[in-house]
Write a protein that binds this ligand. Structure first.
Ligand SMILES: [Zn+2]
Length: 104
C-alpha cells in the first residue's frame, strides 16, 4: 500500500467529519494504508484500570483514517498539494505538484 504522507507531515483532511481540519501526522501504517493525525478522528475510549488503586477512565485518542482522506500541506507554498515523486540519483524525492519544490 502506497502512502503519500509520513510522520510529522502537516496534512489537511479532505473528507469525513473532520474535513478541512489540519494536523500533524503522528503515525503511518503502510500495511493498512491508514494514518493517524493529531486531533483528527478523535474517539473516546473507556480504559479499564490497569493497576490496583489506579482508576480507569475515559481517554480521548486519535483513530487511524484512510491515507486517501488527507492531503499533504506543502511547507514551501502552504497549499494542500498532491505529491510527486522524482527519482534523483536513485533516491526518491517527494515534490509538491503546486510549486515543484522538494518537500523533504
Ligand atoms: Zn508547494
Amino acid at each position: 500500500m502506497k502512502v503519500h504522507v509520513k510522520s510529522k507531515d502537516e496534512v489537511i483532511v479532505i473528507s469525513g467529519k473532520d474535513k478541512g481540519s489540519t494536523g500533524k501526522v503522528l503515525a503511518v501504517n503502510p500495511k493498512s494504508g491508514r494514518v493517524t493525525v493529531e486531533g483528527i478522528a478523535m474517539v473516546t475510549k473507556h480504559q479499564k484500570s490497569r493497576a490496583q488503586g489506579q482508576p480507569g477512565g475515559i481517554i480521548h485518542k486519535e483513530a487511524a483514517i484512510d491515507a486517501s482522506n488527507v492531503m499533504l500541506i506543502c511547507q514551501k507554498c502552504g497549499k494542500a498539494s498532491r505529491v510527486g515523486i522524482n527519482i534523483v540519483d536513485g533516491k526518491k524525492i517527494r515534490t509538491c505538484k503546486k510549486c515543484s519544490q522538494q518537500i523533504d
